[in-house]
Design a protein around this ligand. Structure first.
Ligand SMILES: CC(=O)SCCNC(=O)CCNC(=O)[C@H](O)C(C)(C)COP(=O)(O)OP(=O)(O)OC[C@H]1O[C@@H](n2cnc3c(N)ncnc32)[C@H](O)[C@@H]1OP(=O)(O)O
Length: 436
């Protein structure tokens, strides 16, 4: 795609391209694009030698990169090969309950140069991208947001949350359940292969989980550090095996250093294919000597751990953070894909400022499935819902009653809110430990 757009000072051109490498070297276009992303997120410029690794990973993810280029920069301005705005997309599966997976259109690497902000460049990129994604048949779009105030206007609502927790692992630490299986320390490099295998089973059983991009296996196994694709020797790892000797969970972690008191071990990544494995990994973490606290920034909001501990007060929940923001692109596809714990029949109008999901629909849920049919524009409906509010409701991370109390369902009767709540109610809180 090559779209021209004129501003007061220059002509801006939009390009869409894959992460290309020429042999072992990333293309000049990729280098310029990456430079702009680094600047947008206030990172140091990535060394040329590392770019090839990232380009390889982005190619494996099938990322589509977008750049807006200023072809007529003033003299002395940063190279015209470096875009004034960046944007990227890829498609990965999302667990939508009941073990069902739906492809999600993921948006990432959104930056606009300070000199070009608030001129509508993000709006231009995201509206054009969402239209393309909807046309290509994708039912839902997803992103993780740097700020909570940006994406609601484009139809995204916060849908999953995690908590930062600190667990006291001194004398008071202990689990109520007897040990099951064994936990072994592992060569972190083994997680390059084992990590994704176990994660795939966690993904299959966890509503809200999103499949992971290439970099994850590298980072959890210490082959890549957080800030560069070079080995991170501080990473340690352990694997839980069930009583049949099958690996069921892993944790990778690093020590926060002797200058930080209380002495703290930080979880880098923890994924378990069963509740038992989750508890056993914590039993292991609690047994590490010379450590007083385990910290984890991605604990589930409804964490079983404090209920598994003999002393639940050793578990301190700190801040909560939104992770996935969802945007319905195709209501029929998205709502029919989802699993339903609730039942009911609801006629709803979707209000969508971008028009993509707008319309009236009849949703009938029973036996875990829903049938969704478009209605005529003048058919009666139970209530109107903004598309960003539906994004928040989609996985059951918040109830319609809570959103009504927050004033996010204006004009809806208590009866209609009740219907909406019953249909979308889920027994499990959605949980996503994938950032992208
Ligand atoms: C998925 C991700 O990658 S999240 C990462 C997002 N990127 C960052 O946080 C990096 C730093 N920030 C930036 O690069 C830019 O400020 C961006 C990308 C957030 C916004 O880009 P811009 O081109 O300035 O946005 P644009 O001019 O298209 O604004 C569109 C609308 O969003 C609003 N908006 C843009 N940024 C923000 C913000 N940070 N907070 C609140 N509102 C915002 C604008 O006011 C405008 O509103 P309106 O249409 O109602 O008038």
């Amino acid at each position: 795609m090559d779209t021209n757009a004129t501003t007061a000072s220059s002509t801006l051109r939009i390009e869409q391209f894959p992460a290309e490498t020429e042999g072992d070297t990333p293309s000049a276009r990729f280098q310029g694009w990456f430079d702009a992303v680094d600047a947008g997120f206030h990172e140091s410029s990535t060394e040329a030698a590392h770019l090839a690794e990232y380009a390889k990973g982005y190619a494996a993810d099938n990322r589509v990169l977008w750049g807006i280029y200023d072809d007529e920069p003033r003299p002395g301005v940063w190279s015209p090969d470096i875009p004034v705005a960046t944007y990227a997309t890829m498609v990965n599966s999302m667990n939508v309950g009941g073990g069902r997976l739906l492809d999600a259109h993921q948006i990432t690497a959104v930056t606009v140069r300070p000199t070009h902000r608030r001129r509508g460049l993000l709006r231009r990129l995201i509206t054009s991208d969402l239209e393309q994604a909807a046309r290509s048949g994708l039912g839902i779009a997803a992103l993780t947001a740097s700020e909570a105030t940006i994406y609601g206007r484009f139809g995204f609502g916060a849908a999953t949350f995690t908590r930062e927790v600190e667990v006291d692992v001194q004398e008071r630490f202990g689990l109520r359940t007897p040990p099951a299986g064994t936990v072994e320390m592992a060569d972190p490099a083994s997680l390059q292969q084992l990590g994704p295998e176990i994660f795939a089973r966690f993904h299959a059983r966890t509503p809200g989980s999103v499949a992971r991009q290439y970099a994850y296996a590298k980072r959890i196994s210490g082959q890549w550090g957080n800030d560069k694709p070079e080995p991170d020797k501080s990473i340690r790892a352990a694997v839980h095996y069930d009583s049949n000797g099958m690996p069921q969970g892993y944790v990778s972690y690093r020590f926060a250093g002797w200058s930080k008191e209380p002495y703290t071990m930080k979880i880098v990544d923890l994924a378990a294919a069963s509740g038992e494995s989750y508890r056993e990994l914590w039993r292991y973490l609690g047994s590490i000597d010379l450590v007083q606290r385990i910290s984890w920034s991605l604990a589930p909001v409804e964490d079983p751990l404090p209920w598994a501990l003999q002393d639940g007060r050793g578990y301190a929940a700190k801040s909560a953070e939104d992770v996935l923001w969802l945007r319905i692109l195709d209501p029929v596809k998205a709502f029919q894909a989802r699993h339903y714990d609730g039942e009911g029949r609801l006629a709803l109008e979707i209000v969508d400022p971008l028009g993509l999901a707008a319309g009236r629909f009849l949703l009938e849920a029973a036996g875990g499935n829903a049938r969704v049919q478009p209605l005529a524009a003048d058919d009666a409906v139970d209530l109107s819902v903004d598309v960003d509010v539906l994004g928040s409701l989609y996985l059951g991370g918040v109830t319609a009653g809570t959103l009504a109390a927050a004033g996010r369902l204006p004009g809806a009767t208590a009866d209609a809110v009740g219907k909406l709540e019953r249909i979308f109610a889920t027994t499990a809180q959605p949980y996503c430990i994938t950032h992208f």
